[in-house]
Design a protein around this ligand. Structure first.
Ligand code: NI
Length: 195
């Protein structure tokens, strides 16, 4: 093994309730970084005129991106909506598209929305204690349908990489929306089937 790639044992503390760690810096995604991701662009712009709200944050470990390492951390999606669409992560495929990932819900309420290029999709519920498996080939996005932060812990193979571009360009097939107090999963009118 290359000595520069030797990872020493370590541990990190993540808060079960708010998901945050004092040990490392999180990556923050404010709504200004989510332009084009929500179905209702006008609703996003009108929020941004008032405030650039923090929509979610997550942790990215600086380990060598080798297939013998694992990357892990928490993802925290804050409660809120753009129009009738719940706050969510951008979502991504893995660059090594066959790489799977596990999410474990620590607190909050929501879904892991998934879809593969072959046309299958799924929305697995997140409630505290629930582990969700995102198989290889499935893009995945966390959606917060509750009124407290949705906190999940994730682990995946360190060489997987993130392909955000495909989702930025074509979106997910499905949206998770609030229809007069009822959570609904509906077709995304802007979804492009051009992968
Ligand atoms: Ni992933």
């Amino acid at each position: 093994m290359n000595i520069e790639q030797l990872v020493k044992p370590f541990s990190l503390l993540f808060d079960l309730k708010n998901g945050l760690s004092d040990d490392i810096e999180s990556t923050k995604r404010n709504l200004s970084k989510m332009k084009g991701m929500y179905a209702d662009n006008e609703a996003l712009e009108s929020i941004l005129e008032k405030e650039d709200t923090l929509a979610y944050e997550f942790y990215e470990l600086e380990l060598p991106n080798e297939d013998n390492n694992l990357l892990f951390g928490t993802s925290i999606v804050y409660p809120g909506k753009v129009g009738n669409e719940f706050f969510m992560t951008k979502g991504h495929f893995h660059n090594v598209i066959d790489t799977a990932e596990v999410y474990y819900c620590l607190s909050g309420e929501g879904y892991l929305l998934m879809e593969n290029p072959e046309g299958d999709w799924a929305a697995e519920e997140f409630t505290p204690g629930k582990a969700v498996y995102a198989p290889g080939r499935y893009a995945h996005r966390s959606v917060n349908i509750g009124d407290e932060p949705l906190v999940t812990f994730f682990v995946f193979r360190a060489d997987a990489g993130h392909d955000y571009g495909t989702i930025e360009e074509k979106g997910f097939r499905k949206l998770i929306v609030d229809n007069s107090g009822k959570v609904e999963i509906v077709d995304n009118p802007k979804w492009k089937n051009n992968r």
